[in-house]
Ligand binder design. Structure first.
Ligand code: UDP
Length: 252
């Protein structure tokens, strides 16, 4: 078991991660938990090994995106389920990019699951568990006043770059990126960067080599839909991504 790199207090605890202060004010430590939640935490479980896998997958994806010029909060790994990152002021907007219709898009719109969406559809949600992360309209976002028009444009541009970068990587390893959610934040220097995590908890990934609509699922939908094999699916994603990416760096 790795020693905790957290030398300061717990700053924030979310459903899948804890964020701690360190002895540097420009670095925070993120612990990836084995907890799985769905449907706004109505469904809960502990999935042994999930935290470590998501931590490693996120590190590989952040480093891949960084190589493509996408700024991120990621600094490096510490042990198997800790990641060191730059502290950011998180924008309270969840940005979902959809390449194929799935999930809430299909339950809220007359659109069949699997319908290709080109150009990709971007949906914005207000990050507020008590309100159930509601879908935002442009007018509501403007009324909230959490981002300026220019910042919103920068967020959309970044989200599409992330989509292109992830689609390319996942495509190389036989995975279809159906949709994903990202969160963004501002650093102390007011730079907009990709934050949070990118993992099978936050992406829909389908195995391109499998035609069965349930068997091809390699993401959190296995947990949401009680399909079993959740940790195995995440392990498969890790194995494939690891196969084409350099070893993630260790934070020193
Ligand atoms: N997502 C997420 N966190 C959320 C909501 C959605 O990571 O709080 C991800 C989800 O895993 C999927 C994408 O965002 O990859 C789109 O999710 P959708 O809006 O279809 O919602 P869901 O079907 O999860 O209700």
């Amino acid at each position: 078991m790795t020693l905790s790199p957290a030398t300061g207090p717990l700053l924030y605890e979310g459903k899948a991660k804890r964020v701690y202060a360190t002895d540097r004010d420009d670095v925070v430590a993120v612990e990836y938990k084995d907890d799985a939640t769905a449907f706004n935490a109505l469904k809960k479980a502990r999935l042994l090994g999930k935290g470590a896998m998501n931590c490693r997958i996120s590190a590989l994806l952040f480093e891949h995106l960084e190589g493509l010029g996408v700024p991120t909060h990621y600094l490096g790994l510490h042990g198997d389920h800790w990641m060191m990152v730059r502290p950011v002021k998180v924008v309270p907007v969840e940005v979902v990019v959809r390449n194929l219709a799935a999930g809430s898009l299909c339950s809220q719109m007359p659109i069949a699951a699997g319908t290709p969406l080109a150009p990709p559809l971007i949906d914005l949600y207000y990050k507020d568990d008590a309100l159930g992360d509601p879908l935002l309209s442009e007018a509501r976002l403007e009324r909230l006043g959490v981002v300026t028009t220019d910042q919103l444009q920068a967020i959309r541009t970044l989200a599409l770059r992330v989509n292109e970068g992830l689609r390319g990587l996942f495509g190389q390893v036989g995975l279809q990126l159906v949709d994903f959610k990202i969160e963004l934040g501002f650093t102390a220097a007011a730079e907009l960067v990709l934050a949070d995590e990118i993992s099978p908890d936050t992406c829909r990934l389908w195995d391109l080599g499998v035609s069965d609509a349930q068997e091809r699922i390699l993401d959190k939908d296995r947990f949401r839909q009680d399909l079993g094999g959740v940790v195995e699916a995440y392990g498969e994603v890790l194995k494939r991504v690891q196969g084409v990416c350099p070893e993630p760096r260790v934070y020193r």
